[in-house]
Design a protein around this ligand. Sequence first.
Ligand code: ADP
Ligand code: ZN
Ligand code: ZN
Length: 735
Amino acid sequence: MEIAKVEPMTTTRALRGPFDYRLPEPMVAAGVGVGSLLMVPFGGRRMLGVVVDVAAESELPPDRLAEPLEAIEAGATPELVRLGLWVAERYCSTPPRGLALVLPPGSGTGRRPKSMRPLTERTATVTAAGLEALRGEAGPRLGSRQRAVLELLESAGETSGPRIRELTGADSGVLATLAGRGLVERGSREVRRAPRIEPVGSPGAAPELSAAQRRCADRLIADLDCAGTRERLLHGVTGSGKTEVYLAAIEAALERGRTAILLVPEIGLTPQTLGRVSARLGDTVAVLHSGLSEGERFDEWRRLRDGAARVCVGPRSAVFAPVSDLGLIVVDEEHDASYKQEGDPRYDARAVARRRAAEAGAVYLAGSATPRPESWAELERLELPERVDGRPLPPVEILDMRAVPGAAGPLHPATREALAELGGGEGAKAIVMVNRRGFSPHLSCGSCGAAVSCPNCDVSLVLHRGNAVVGCHHCGHSEPVPRACAECGSVSIARHGAGTERIEQLVGELVAPARVFRLDADTTGSRGAHGRVLAAFERASGGVLVGTQMVAKGHDFPDVSLSVLIDADSTLRYPDFRAEERTFALVSQLAGRSGRGDRGGRVLVQTLAPDAAPIAAAARHDASGFLAGELERRREFGYPPFSSLLAVEMTGTAEPALIAAADCVAAALGPRLGGDAELLGPAPRFRRRGRFRRRVLIKSRDPDRVAAVVGRVIAEPEVVRSLTGVTVAVDVDPQ
Ligand code: ADP
Ligand code: ZN
Ligand code: ZN
């Protein structure tokens, strides 16, 4: 007897699988094993489940063992099952949630998604009798439409019903008649639901690699040829041609019969990379991301699993691509925060990629102009110190906003001048980044000082001029712009600060008649809108792109000669140990968008903190200097990579109950953590979406042990009782 140990795909946290099922002989013969997807009877329902192990016996008596109802032809590999279970454990989640990541899109609910069947279409082919009839040698006389169908099928071979109709006007009735007389044969074939890949920019053929690119590529190819895992950091300044190095390594992996995964930050923000890779490698590239329809995602997933596609490009979830014989995982722009998943399981795709590469004996390659301190310290480095075209990195000027009176507005005189000049220049383009959307980020009463804030969150409401409302960027609350102060009734309401809408307006006045394109969450809400804005900016003969962080990401426009960063220290004000690293990356990445063409480049950075280390280092293009200093600071405070962090986040609508629960969790954890772990908090965090929040932070050297302890403690009956009405989430490596 064979017993399958099955994890049912349930979202309930309380269930402890796996559960035993008896495999009937036909399923054993069909090769059901670890990774197979089954439909099983579970708690009176039909539910999808994954085989995580196969055993010869069960602890249950045979008559209490149920049999699976059906084996579904869409399972994962044993390697991926191990990876999914590892993610569940490492990130304090449940096995079904970890496994859902490695299964076909849509299986996480336990129900079988409709898309999980190949899409087929009806077709027709002409038979020998049909050909005879066509030549008038035998058989019935043909009507003109029937003749047209047979002629089409003779020349085109197997053709789909809709296509036949399109070309001849014959509907399924005509085909049925022809089939009834044996003149055509009906069939069906699978239709690939292929995602549309936006061509942005001009891909072209592979350029000859520069000497530095060649050295990096050769190193990686040598890595592919030696046994075991290699972990590398490709540190290349912006415009140094990192993508060509990735492509050379990916091609080398393919030549060796292996597969590759290329992770990119959100795909909507980096359509150029995908466009370039698929233009170069063709159909062997599959793409997996949430912008695809479920059917497209399933077909791409299956192409990867079946080996029809051997390279997967996608955002963080593509780290779970079902490829075999993995040779290489590349993480492009490895500093990007989008590699961390926000929902359960809160995995970090970079950590998962390293784990997967290590298990598969594959090469792990992280690439960035502004790597994370962790990667700088832990990975062996490959360097691309210069831009491919030999152009220098653009000079960066720091503009001290402390010297500019508030009444002068959010733009420094030097910024105004540079933009005004640009307006006159034919074809010149600029990028202006301001890290806030809306018109004014704060409103307050001119008489009593009361801020206009969100009723559900402890944040101020942002004025959006476009639709004349003030809105909350955390909970979506919005209301008409207040005419008077809610506290004292004064009608003098002052606006503070500038968001993208206000900068768009100011820039527009300076550069008219050149156009301004705005790129932020408000202008890119609809599908494909982001790409359309970028494409319009690319096509325009001049103009300015104004937007949030999105404007600093991954694209390559050769005619941008000016970059401006408004309020560069806004990210420094976050109470987060990664604030320095983020600020450095933002300033450097924005600077990197400038000066990629013949016009040269200029970068203006407006700030209230001109001496802050990340800003000063970015202005010198000094990543190694910044990272050395940053690692020193991290060592001193015991932050990653010198420790690992784990956060226990608790939220609730009643503050006293939440405080009591958080204290109880901290008290229960304290003695259990052991000597090398340090517990900080519980500390209050700002109220959000009507929920009060408390956070306990644990620093340690042994994240796996701490995750296991935390998982056990928050499941203990006393702790669970104290958590009534409180939601708990465990965040490993919080961002
Ligand atoms: P990075 O990702 O390092 O910022 P990209 O990979 O986007 O740089 O490359 C910048 C530009 O240089 C792209 O337009 C790319 O096509 C071009 N490029 C890259 N390598 C070469 C090369 N060896 N010769 C000529 N052009 C190159
Ligand atoms: Zn007031
Ligand atoms: Zn709110």
